[in-house]
Design a protein around this ligand. Sequence first.
Ligand code: ATP
Length: 357
Amino acid sequence: MSITVRNITKSFNGTPVLKGVDLAVEKGELVALLGPSGSGKTTLLKIIAGLEWPETGALDVDGEDWFALPARDRRIGFVFQHYALFPHMSVRENIAFGLRVRPKATRPSRADILTRADELLRFLQIPHLADRYPGQLSGGQKQRVALGRALAIEPKVLLLDEPFGALDAAIRRDLRRWLREVHDATGSTTIFVTHDQEEAFELADRVVVMGEGRIEQIGHADLISDRPASPFVARFMGATVTLPVRIQGGRAQAAGLDLSALPDADLPDGPAELFLRPEDIRPEAATGAGWRITSRSSNGTRLHLALADDSATAAEAEIPRRGADPTLSEGCEVRLHIAAGALFASPAPAGRTPELA
Ligand SMILES: Nc1ncnc2c1ncn2[C@@H]1O[C@H](COP(=O)(O)OP(=O)(O)OP(=O)(O)O)[C@@H](O)[C@H]1O
């Protein structure tokens, strides 16, 4: 099923939470909605599921207007962060539940329901858990069962809201791979919400970065990492250092910075901002170069250097400890070699529109 979301807006108590969201998901695609807490990911998912209603917008699934369909007719599999299993039902009964509550006309026979539940248990690699109750399962096992229950109805669309959010890192990685296999084997169209970049990039065909109710960028990991569409995406991807530079003939320049490794910028001459990750800054001892180390700490494998220039602009660098120049200590004057970064025009000063600037 292809899903097309057009110009969705939604407010809670007068506060806009979705500010005109457009998104097209192809049939069989696995898309991750990635963004900080409060950016509107869950609200968008709930609107697709029919659990929330937007103020404006359209939702088409395979050409069908889903806003004209009540939630129960949308054939959606939904998995939440907190395992919503029925505690008094066994794993097999939990998985069979979705089929048992289908309208009589489309409900399989009792025997078929149990056969289908057992098939799913084998498919999800958990047949040994069939007779256990949720209270006897680990968090990871509960989420496998929750996904089994969502898949039992043969959903047209699978929606997952931080399904592995409450689990520890190693189990999350296992479940991620497993989910990808399940997705590929079922051919479902899946939207997965997470605020974990690694999870989004490893799992999804495409990642949709959301910020404050808007889609900021859609793409693959490398594109979003190397060419963030906005300062918001750059910061969200770990470019926590911002440095003022000047653009001249497409080249970025600034005192004390070696920017020769950056590609040409498609920006007009004038002030700009360079967003970069601490690991893309390599300080080199150089007297009078304009920057100095204000503090140095080590976590055993990496050195963290806090930096300031003559006009008190701050930055931070992270470099491998092994092989680092021992003179890079507090007070040392340095020049900064920049390996990578994203350039954006400086925001217009407050009170002036870009046209008037
Ligand atoms: N039912 C509600 N009533 C009022 N405000 C709500 C409601 N649901 C969500 N919000 C608000 O809408 C904003 C977006 O919430 P949403 O849950 O969609 O974000 P999110 O990106 O999924 O965040 P998280 O990663 O924390 O789940 C938040 O500011 C939240 O407080």
